[in-house]
Design a protein around this ligand. Structure first.
Ligand code: DQA
Length: 145
């Protein structure tokens, strides 16, 4: 069975209590559970992780690259400035895996600094602004092959 890595960056472990007017009321555990169910229905196994550490996230991208897995990535604040995450993601996509950048909110409708993504230029695609559905839309797309 194909495995999709779902990787989440800093502060996303705070979903549920973190600025719910922007990020919604669902916890990350609830999002993970819904994706797992969707994955089972689609015949895709989900490896769902969250970290507040840039180094750990880079390591997970290397792991996905080496196993030839597609990735759904919410880089959170790393989106806007982490060249280390970008470079790891660039190796992944250049080796033929797909990477969909997702965001719960629409960063383009928020503060100026959020309008820059250093990840988008090397991503296969970007889905933003649909809350937890951003993740499920990405998974539906990756399940197509
Ligand atoms: C986010 C948007 C980022 O700007 C922010 O730093 C986050 C969450 C989102 O999912 O909307 O932590 O990636």
């Amino acid at each position: 069975m194909k495995t999709v890595f779902v990787l989440n960056g800093p502060n996303l472990n705070r979903l549920g209590s973190r600025e719910p007017e922007i990020y919604g009321n669902q916890t990350l555990a609830q999002i993970a559970k819904a994706l797992d169910a969707q994955g089972s229905a689609l015949g895709v196994s989900i490896d769902f992780r969250q970290t507040n550490s840039e180094s750990e996230l880079v390591g997970w991208l290397h792991e996905a690259t080496d196993s030839g897995s597609d990735v759904i990535l919410n880089p959170a604040a790393f989106t806007h400035y982490s060249y280390a995450v970008r470079d790891a993601a660039a190796e992944l996509t250049s080796r033929g895996s797909k990477l969909i950048e997702v965001h719960l909110s629409n960063p383009h409708a928020r503060e100026d600094f959020r309008r820059t993504s250093v990840i988008s230029p090397i991503a296969t695609g970007v889905i933003a602004g649909f809350g937890a559905a951003s993740y499920s839309l990405a998974l539906s797309q990756l399940a197509l092959g």
